[in-house]
Design a protein around this ligand. Structure first.
Ligand code: MG
Length: 282
């Protein structure tokens, strides 16, 4: 049987993280009523030998992995200062090991026939002369080139900077396979701007999306993040989000993400999210 590699227009998918038996992960996703989605790769997951297991499971379950988000050991999303200190490529001490890890995940994804990897690069400084800005920009260039050789796009997850700053950074990196994984809830959680307006600004670079919901940060609590909630219960406005995706001509999968800690709760909320989106995607 030929592997299935394409998705229908705005097909509903979901995101779960690897690090468990691949068959179990894919079966959980299929029980949500989807046959495509993203498989995240946690920082602590050993990659040795994983490709064979994952390739077999993907084939057996006829699942389409549309992208692989990459996370790193030592990242924490407790509040905005902690994100600044621990997430992505901004922390200098872990930059080299995270570059190496990203290359390794790109190679892992290539073995599974996955055409995109994504990550949070962290808070990119707005000053293009800042030495950290230059280091991160050059690192993203090298990673884009690595992904290009693997036939992949490299996607930046939105949220930690306003859309205009992100677009300036992308223009400066100047690599054709650099795209955005747009996450509307992150714009709200980090208080970086109205997500629908932001989607209009970054439209030409959107390669994939998350469908996630959330509330704005509480007022008068410096550094606080907003709260992520099940689809339809937050401030994104799912109807206007999907309408805007149609307006910009987005056709790739609508990948539901739910970050609640309890796994059964996550699956429950995602299942409801699938139902909600099935009614909106057409
Ligand atoms: Mg996301």
């Amino acid at each position: 049987m030929q592997p299935v590699t394409t998705v229908a227009e705005r097909e509903v998918g979901a995101l779960l993280w690897a690090g468990r038996d691949p068959r179990v992960v894919l079966q959980e996703l299929k029980e949500l009523g989807v046959r495509c989605g993203q498989i995240g790769v946690p920082g602590e997951m050993p990659l040795e030998g994983a490709a064979t297991l994952w390739r077999d499971a993907i084939g057996a379950e006829a699942f389409v992995v549309t992208a692989m988000p990459v996370a790193y050991v030592g990242e924490s999303y407790t509040d905005i200062p902690t994100v600044q200190q621990t997430v992505g490529f901004m922390p200098e001490a872990t930059r080299a090991e995270r570059e190496e890890r990203t290359r390794a995940v790109s190679d892992f994804a290539r073995e599974l026939g996955v055409g995109s990897i994504s990550c949070h690069v962290g808070f990119v400084p707005e000053d293009a002369n800042d030495p950290h800005y230059v280091a991160v920009r050059d690192m993203v260039r090298r990673l884009c080139d690595h992904c290009q050789a693997n036939g992949q796009t490299f996607a930046l997850e939105t949220g930690q900077e306003p859309a205009t700053v992100l677009m300036e950074f992308i223009a400066d990196v100047d690599r054709p396979n650099l795209v955005i994984n747009f996450d509307p809830a992150n714009m709200i959680l980090y208080g970086t701007g109205d997500p629908i307006e932001a989607l209009g600004i970054v439209a030409s670079k959107v390669g994939s999306v998350h469908v996630k919901d959330g509330h704005w940060p509480p007022p008068n609590v410096p550094g606080a993040l907003g709260t992520e909630v099940p689809l339809g219960q937050g401030d994104v406005g799912m109807e206007r989000y999907v309408a805007k995706l149609k307006e910009i001509g987005y056709k790739n999968a609508l990948v539901i993400e739910r970050e609640v800690e309890d796994h059964q709760q996550r699956l429950h909320d995602m299942r409801q999210g699938v139902e909600l989106l099935q009614g909106l995607r057409q």
